[in-house]
Design a protein around this ligand. Sequence first.
Ligand code: GSH
Length: 213
Amino acid sequence: MLQLVIGNKNFSSWSLRPWLLLKQAGLPFDEIPIKLRQPDTTAQILRYSPSGKVPALLDGDLTVWDSLAICEYVAELAAVRGVALWPADPKVRAEARSVSAEMHSGFPALRQHMSMEVAAFHPDVEKHPDALKDAERVAGLWVSCRQRFADAGPFLFGAFSVADAMYAPVAFRFHTYGVDLPPLAMAYRDALLSLPAMREWASGARAEADGKA
Ligand SMILES: N[C@@H](CCC(=O)N[C@@H](CS)C(=O)NCC(=O)O)C(=O)O
């Protein structure tokens, strides 16, 4: 059985990505939740993850850490079971990898000034201009994908892929902070938010915020 070490559902955006991908792939796994921002957080994480960060995926004696590496491994496990989590066409797949890598290494202002807080809703809070610049780039990228791949399905490259898992926390952020989006980007945001797995994550986040988890 796979085990995924994750942080708080309310604010661990990196944990959400592989968690959602595993759910979408239909691969069963157990969660090992670790409370972040506690005095013993690092010690708890280091029991599983050599980087001292979550997420980490445990598969028998194998540990995979860092969200994108986990997503790649999950995609390989899913492929063996006939579930594709990357586009089949090599050129489209290269673009999906670029889009995913840009999320993994980029958008620092969006991360800093619009941090994920799933259970919160404060659309009227003043938005940092640099975060809005990052949001504009994300929205442009979403629109460009949706314009070209709409016929193949509701996600960035049609069918759900690693790229969608990488942007899932941004959908929560855009909702929490009430970021205005062009119609195609808003529809994509809502497609992500309405996934049963995203609703499940959000209800876990709300339970945490209410002190029930
Ligand atoms: N590049 C890493 C980033 C992971 C990361 O920064 N995780 C945060 C939580 S979202 C963490 O574990 N922080 C350690 C802590 O809060 O003590 C990845 O993609 O997985």
